[in-house]
Design a protein around this ligand. Sequence first.
Ligand SMILES: Cc1cc2nc3c(=O)[nH]c(=O)nc-3n(C[C@H](O)[C@H](O)[C@H](O)COP(=O)(O)OP(=O)(O)OC[C@H]3O[C@@H](n4cnc5c(N)ncnc54)[C@H](O)[C@@H]3O)c2cc1C
Length: 530
Amino acid sequence: MTQQRRRKIIVVFHKKQPTMTLTEEILSQLPGDVLGGLRRADGILASLRDNITPVPMVVKENKQPLGTVDWDVVICGGTLGILIGCALALKGVRVALIERSILRGREQEWNISRKELDVFLQLGLLTDAELEIAIATDYPKARVSFLGGSEIWVEGVLNIGVDPVYLLETLKQKFLAAGGKLFENTPFAGVVVHPDGVMVEAGSRFKARLLIDAMGHLSPITQQVRQGQKPDGLCLVVGSCAQGFPENHYGDILSSFTPLQNQCQYFWEAFPARDGRTTYLFTYMDAHPQRLGLETLFEEYLRLMPEYQGVELNQLTFKRALFGFFPSYRHPLLTPWSRILPVGDSSGSQSPLSFGGFGAMVRHLQRLTFGIDSALQTDQLSAKALVLLQSYQPSLSVTWLFQRAMSVGVDQKIDPNQINQLLSAVFLEMQKLGEPVLKPFLQDVVQFPALTQTLLKTATAHPALVVKTMTQVGLGTLLDWMVHYGNLGVYSALFWLSQRVEPWVENLPRVPKYYCDRWIDSWKYGSGAE
Ligand SMILES: Cc1cc2nc3c(=O)[nH]c(=O)nc-3n(C[C@H](O)[C@H](O)[C@H](O)COP(=O)(O)OP(=O)(O)OC[C@H]3O[C@@H](n4cnc5c(N)ncnc54)[C@H](O)[C@@H]3O)c2cc1C
């Protein structure tokens, strides 16, 4: 081959070699097929947006009695399922936990607030010493900041990193010691609901009185209930844990430093982690097919990282990449079948504003444990009885307006700084009102008095901004929100009243007590009084 021809081949080769994106470059350095995982998640997201996912038909009904059952409860899905499984097993409930792979917590810490973890002690799931080991990180304070606004610092909010590997392993051991049975590599395939029990198909058959669905937001049972309904909103999150950042012992709970880009307002979170610093970029949007996907958002994350953390990418050693999407629906999930109860992400009970599904489960753990145990003891396992365990929460539904106010329509034109201006104004007013207003909101807990004060203060101090935001979210969303806001007030009043009659409820016969307790729980959690 002549020298000239060889040179030509090399030139052609260089021309054909596509340039790697930052995402491809960084993710290809990590062990495992992380890039493939990101693209697979994008594929699932695209089919959700295009509404082409076939509706699974995994739940069937049979009018014949099932007869003797082997279990009180079969829990499908181990990640958060083990929390409720362990709590029920400790109460003497016969529990089988089926998990499609191996029950093991992810490496990345779950961030939560310290006080919320007390439930593990109260339910006897962890000892003080075990809880201290489960707490992998604890940092002093965190920042809330928006482009053009001032910084607000808070203490004790999402400042604890829980080690999922240790937590799940410890709960698994307690679960087994309490008589629970774990079936790994056992994927749920279907369930037949009989009048007196359920027959769960998962390779072998499990006969139980109740099925708890803890298979996450892509649970086939949830998909069957939703019947292909598109999510009303999505929260996309990408991030990483890396070493090499300038020393920083503080966190960011909610931070933005850019105007609207790609029709998205980008929000950032940062947490000191055990093996580096975790940073997340997340954004809210509707489920329109033209919206950006996770890989594009990852590219944005890497592009903006130097500006966010004051560090060049080549100074960082990436430990792992993180990503996910969270569909949310305006209306709570209403499971039509008896003897099936969704918990965790499958139940959609976390705030549409946060991707804190672990935190949401922990906040509801006591309510769910006592509620499920009581439902089993009183045999209240009909759809009507179980719906009270996953009931409507106005404290969650009101946050829909905030999600809308923090996102824009795919073709909507608004001032690119409007969301930053609104959030700066709202948080400034909340800060003036003090920690009892600011802190619960940042912990996904919305209460009527705090919300009312914040709205009044913001509307009085920034009327023009509020009018612009009302136009942005639209009349329909606003009217819908007013109903939930009214209900939040009603639930707060009902919860206050219920506390006056609680001693009387204690003396009721078991079945009416089941219903009264569940209603009181609904008012309590529905008014953000947990
Ligand atoms: C990047 C990222 C960061 C996050 N950070 C936080 C945080 O800091 N704090 C926080 O509170 N939350 C956080 N979350 C959210 C939290 O991780 C989820 O809310 C939580 O994992 C939900 O648990 P789940 O068990 O309900 O669902 P999943 O995590 O989806 O788990 C479902 C389980 O069911 C099993 N399963 C699925 N299908 C079947 C089947 N057919 N048969 C048997 N088993 C099955 C799965 O293997 C899995 O074990 C984060 C999420 C992401 C993506």
